[in-house]
Design a protein around this ligand. Structure first.
Ligand code: MN
Length: 271
């Protein structure tokens, strides 16, 4: 983990021949952050949200007690390129009511050689309104070719620098596309150097989470029993008495849902 950030999925850039279709599936105990670089995706969920997301916009879904959603890429742009990030909720908020928000006016900071968009938390004096549950930040950095930039860091935070496009030297270490450079807490600055191409860096930081988490499939829970129960409720989620209370239902053009896989024959442990 990096602060509460517990999962990074960097997808694309791909040609939009078949598009992306992710049928209804559940989440618990976490927030999903979707940040689009190219393409167009429609999000639908069981609390009634229907939201198209375009480049430069952010979707934040707080799953908490439980939600289900689907994601479908839309006609139009030729390419799809995005990240989806998961944020673990601290135990006191793990069962919070599900929420969805769309941010299309995130703060930007332009400095010599780069433009930063603040996705979550605060960076370079600008704060995003995105809802958070523990001390953290996230920013997209678009750094021009042949630049050397120095960025201030929070001493209490650990950080990851993920190359979404191109490669760069981060603290003099080469990081390739989709690679991630990690820094421990206690550092006051980081230096990023680019070569002959512009690059896109995703910067993710936070205070070390201070709790172990139990993450299995799309769920984060406190113990094995909760995972077993959530899996059972999802696989019977159309049952009025149990599943619908936690995961709800919604209509979309896909009309299908993804069942949870079998559990391993062991007691899952937080780590
Ligand atoms: Mn999902």
């Amino acid at each position: 983990m990096i602060g509460p950030w517990c999962f990074v999925d960097h997808f694309g850039p791909t040609e939009q021949t078949d598009g992306m279709v992710v049928a209804a599936h559940p989440h618990t105990g976490l927030q999903t952050v979707t940040w689009l670089i190219e393409g167009k995706i429609e999000h639908r969920d069981s609390i009634g949200s229907v939201q198209e997301i375009n480049p430069g916009q952010l979707n934040l879904m707080t799953a908490g007690f439980g939600i289900s959603h689907s994601e479908v890429s839309q006609q139009g742009p030729q390419r799809l390129h995005a990240v989806q990030l998961w944020v673990a909720l601290p135990k006191e908020h793990i069962d919070t009511a599900p929420e969805f928000e769309h941010q299309d006016d995130l703060p930007k900071v332009e400095q010599d050689g780069f433009i930063a968009t603040v996705l979550v938390g605060e960076f370079l004096g600008q704060a995003a309104k995105t809802k958070t549950f523990s001390p953290m930040m996230g920013a997209e950095l678009r750094i021009k070719a042949n630049s050397k930039i120095e960025l201030p860091l929070e001493l209490a935070f650990e950080y990851g620098f993920m190359l979404a496009e191109g490669s760069a030297l981060v603290n003099r270490q080469e990081v390739m596309t989709s690679g991630l450079f990690y820094t421990d807490p206690g550092q006051s600055r980081v230096v990023i150097e680019t070569g002959d191409h512009d690059v896109i860096v995703l910067m993710l930081g936070g205070e070390p989470f201070g709790e172990k988490i139990l993450m299995w499939w799309n769920f984060i829970a406190r113990n094995n029993e909760e995972i077993v129960e959530q899996r059972e409720q999802w696989n019977h989620h159309l049952n009025q008495e149990t599943g619908l209370k936690r995961f709800g239902k919604f209509e979309d053009e896909i009309g299908e849902w993804i069942p949870a896989p079998d559990l391993p024959n062991v007691t899952l442990q937080p780590r």
